[in-house]
Design a protein around this ligand. Sequence first.
Ligand code: ADP
Ligand code: MG
Length: 700
Amino acid sequence: MSEVTELFGQNVFTRGKMKERLPKNVYRELIRVSERGGELSMEAANVIAKAMKDWAEENGATHYTHWFQPLTGITAEKHDAFVSLPDEDGRMITEFSGKELIKGEPDASSFPSGGLRATFEARGYTAWDITSPAFLKESSCGVILCIPTAFCSYTGEALDKKTPLLRSMEALSEQALRIVRLFGNTDATKVTPCVGPEQEYFLVDADLYMQRLDLMFAGRTLFGAPAPKGQEMDDHYFGVIRERVGAYMKDLNEELWKLGILAKTQHNEVAPAQHELAPIFDTVNIAVDHNQLVMETMKRVATRHNLRCLLHEKPYAGVNGSGKHNNWSINTDNGVNMLDPGDTPNENLQFLLVLACIMKAVDDHADLLRQSAADVGNDHRLGANEAPPAIISIFLGEQLEDVVTQLVETGVASSAIQGGKLETGVSTLPDFEKDATDRNRTSPFAFTGNKFEFRSVGSSDSIASPNTILNAIVAEAFDEAATILEGADDFEMAVHDLIKKYMTEHQRIIFNGDGYSDEWVAEAARRGLPNIKSMIEAACALTTDKSVALFERFKIFNRTELESREEIIYETYAKTINIEALTMIDMAGKQIIPAAVKYSGELARTVNEVKAAGVNAAAEDELLKKTIGYINDAQTAYNKLKEVSAQAVTVKDGKERAFYYKDVVKSAMDELRSPCDELEMIVDKSMWPIPTYAELMFEV
Ligand code: ADP
Ligand code: MG
């Protein structure tokens, strides 16, 4: 056995292990419920819990936890030991019941609920997500049995990211089945969205990290002059992986394989000290759980190598930030990927209908899709100084765009452009069959062969929301199409008409050009496509009548749940920027300005001494004036930032307060950063109190 086969799934209570350890009837019941839904009997739950505990204990576990994904965007766990009351002889018997497996009640009043729950009504329940396998987490706590769960309030509202995702999967499955049925697929019983998320991250030396309050509290640098070298040489992307980083990646892969995560690809990314890991795609709710574990494991393993892993979307100004490419496809349980066009997409009616529906879904709900990729850090990327743009559009590539154009113009697509041969021009190299379509790196939503790649998602964000939205909007388009087509007298004719209609009405969402260009911003405005620049401007997309109707139609969210989520967005935003502002005040007030003042004192003494020696002190004089100038600017900006941050509490309304932070506090932060970064460029290096960009990015 190779190392990978041995490690893989070691810490997962896989189906194989369950099959081995459970009585046949219990195993069958478990599979039935996990694939078809329904409730597990308490007898079966007890048997499964016992088997799970035995397996966990054999592997060193002492505790179990219901592992869930509250609206903080990360995961939560509360450990309970398997210990119970000792028997008469004082002997410990460990216990874990079916009831404890299925349901938990964390006193979880301190999670964000957006007003769904007052602290005096703090009941929240966790319920076992039987579709995601239990696993063992190894850490300094020992070994913990983790049971993936959904988290709901006493009144049944979702308080987490998993519940709506599971609801959206069911909605998509139901509607997609109607579509495949229309094309004669009677065998499929379920349709599942699959996702492969590519995860970008930065590594930084832990000792340097500990000297930067901004990295510790905000996850990104709030000050920092550019290093002499950035990413302009394109020498980091796919570059040779440095020894220390390589050792980290090896360790990380092994930990992920143990957790049954299909870590597959690793490489250096564009910015210095930036890297990427991609797993093989999986069912979306598993992919969401796994992505959380990937992020957590990345951080944990980093500490072993005296590194810190930065998942923030923009750790450093002036070089690329990090995102997550969410590769999404829709698959029937009899092996059809509904996004596979085949060799002749122009003849593949089912594919064309699916494509037309996705064009409609993305165009109708571009605001929601945009919102689903919003988080505080991602404001530095989407629509700010970095790609991808905040404008949602679809890249189809040459072949499909040509098919769409033919359909829109003539109602039929008689041909599909083929890739042809790529001739290398070297006799010893093989010629290739080319793909029919080149790639595009600037589109937020790109068709890549047999899947869509949603590229706007932030690197630190959960991928639950983007996928919930994708599933929901496409379910809605499928539903509408299926209803029209199921009622048609002449199916062939109706399907052609509908494809043409949708593609014509929604052609404006297709854009194959450079998504980073200013021309596209102007062109998108002409087309009437929304360009939503920030997280808090995107938040209200959740509660428009159109969105509420969509989500209520498929029972994914009710209005109250949506309103609470919008509220949490404003709250999260305000709190995050507040932490950033306070961190800046701390660093500028206690480190940067004092260092510059000390340096200016030294300069002043030098000026006097040089003059006293009867020598011209013009250079020292100029330097002193410059330093004092920036210190004055910094001190003024520091006072202003203190003042505006303090005033934030007087803005009572949550939404207004968030906008106050965006419009007032953030610009005061920019004003403080600028003179401090100037000072960094002139103050004596030995007096500069914090590690610089050069050290942070190049000393890994
Ligand atoms: P890249 O886009 O960097 O060339 P790939 O296309 O190989 O890389 O894959 C990127 C991610 O997309 C991987 O996580 C991969 O497993 C995933 N992926 C590949 N095929 C599909 C599919 N049919 N559905 C969902 N994800 C997929
Ligand atoms: Mg990719």
